[in-house]
Design a protein around this ligand. Structure first.
Ligand SMILES: [Zn+2]
Length: 153
């Protein structure tokens, strides 16, 4: 970390239940990522107290600018992909143009509200996919992503 960069303030220990997650620094360390200032700052936006999130790179970039972080969109992209490779995020490609990054890495499915591009978790295991095609010899199904697309009635 560069010496001239301001340190990140430590989490406020006086608010014990403010965040159910581990501190971002610990999340990064557990995932084998060096806690650079930008990773910590973007991690705070992603893994804050508001629970699971689905963000696009553009959305996170806007949030970073609003929080006065000096990052480029390219850095946001790179960081999101590093977090994904480290298992902190799950990437959900809804269509060719839009990729969401999900802080909930457990198996689950999504509603997509097409009118505004918002992605929502489908609660519990309320989707069953049957009659999956048998994968070719030597391959196995790693994951099934279901995106149920919604429009306002
Ligand atoms: Zn999700």
């Amino acid at each position: 970390m560069d010496a001239d960069q301001t340190p990140i303030a430590p989490p406020d220990a006086s608010k014990p239940d403010a965040c159910p997650r581990k501190p971002v620094g610990e999340l990064l360390a557990d995932a084998g990522l060096r806690p650079t200032r930008q990773r910590l700052a973007l991690g705070e936006l992603l893994f804050g107290p508001d629970g699971d999130r689905h963000v696009t790179a553009e959305r996170l970039y806007e949030e970073a600018l609003a929080a006065n972080l000096s990052v480029s969109l390219a850095t946001v992209y790179n960081t999101l992909h590093q977090f994904t490779q480290a298992g902190l995020l799950r990437e959900i490609a809804v269509d060719g143009a839009r990729v969401y990054f999900d802080t909930n890495t457990a198996d689950h499915h999504h509603f997509l509200l097409e009118d505004d591009g918002e992605l929502y978790d489908i609660a519990g295991a309320n989707v069953s996919v049957s009659d999956l095609p048998r994968p070719p010899e030597g391959l196995r199904v790693a994951r099934v992503d279901v995106v149920v697309r919604l429009r306002r009635a």
